[in-house]
Design a protein around this ligand. Structure first.
Ligand code: DGL
Length: 265
């Protein structure tokens, strides 16, 4: 048993979808969340910059004495996970493995659309991970770089968002996908809009929420789960505080967030 906090970071507020899922599944865990809102989005940055930012995020969390780090950002997982795992002694868990497992949980999934930031798509991390585990699948990757700023702006159902989504989805839908993988922790908030556009026959898989299962398994194996009798706490730090953040955080967490602290990395 280990009652130390779990450190969770993302480039912005998207990782709060992971926080919510972890709190639901592992209510005893204390969580320290860091959102690098001053530098979001990571998805359009170079791999070197993403690694550097991710390392700074991880170091901040290590300074809080966390027992493990969850990289709640697909872009950071794609480019920095192996680096962080080599660099630090505590477990560092990403979101990609969980997303891939969730897709493959359906034995009939054959035509997979992936939407993500440019950084995640260009890394080929999901394409490789999927192709390694199941042969004969058709994978349709699509970079959707405008979505993170739209979500951070809280434009979830805005006509401009719908139009942009329609443009992004056109080449994917032309391939008659059966599954759409949301390979970005910001995208779960777009699920209602996306499901309407895709119809019920397309299964939407989101790596954020499935990540919690993965964390539970990993920490369980390492005997690092918190005492189940305690009630976990949550603290949130952001590198920049913006006005709409409280609203967004509430949407991501499905409850009023605790007081948010501004942090300097
Ligand atoms: N939540 C991040 C991800 O999953 C957002 C990406 C970004 O900052 O561009 O990729």
């Amino acid at each position: 048993m280990n009652n130390g906090a779990l450190g969770i970071f993302d480039s912005g507020v998207g990782g709060l979808t992971v926080v919510r899922a972890v709190q639901e599944l592992l209510p005893a865990e204390n969580i320290v969340y860091l959102g690098d809102t001053a530098r979001v989005p990571y998805g359009s940055k170079s791999p070197e910059t993403i690694r550097r930012f991710s390392d700074e995020d991880a170091r901040y969390l290590l300074g809080k004495n966390v027992k493990a780090i969850i990289v709640a950002c697909n872009t950071a997982t794609a480019h920095a996970l192996p680096f962080l795992q080599q660099q630090y002694r505590i477990p560092v868990i990403g979101v990609i493995e969980a997303g891939v497992e969730a897709v493959l949980a359906d034995p009939l999934a054959q035509r997979i659309g992936i939407i993500a930031t440019r950084g995640t798509i260009d890394s080929h991390a999901y394409q490789h991970a999927l192709a390694l585990r199941r042969t004969g699948m058709m994978i349709v990757p699509q970079a959707t770089p405008l979505l993170v700023p739209l979500v951070e702006e809280n434009w979830l159902e805005h006509p401009a968002t719908q139009q942009i989504l329609a443009t992004y989805l056109e080449p994917i839908l032309a391939k008659h996908i059966d599954t759409l993988l949301l390979a970005c922790t910001h995208y779960p908030l777009l699920v209602p809009t996306l499901q309407k556009m895709l119809g019920e026959s397309v299964r939407i898989v989101d790596s954020a929420t499935t990540c919690a299962e993965h964390v539970k398994k990993q920490l369980g194996q390492l005997e690092m789960l918190a005492d189940p009798n305690q009630v976990g706490t949550l603290s949130i730090g952001l590198t920049d505080l913006s006005e709409q953040f409280e609203v967004l955080a509430k949407r991501f967490l499905h409850k009023t967030p605790p007081r948010i602290e501004r942090v300097v990395l």
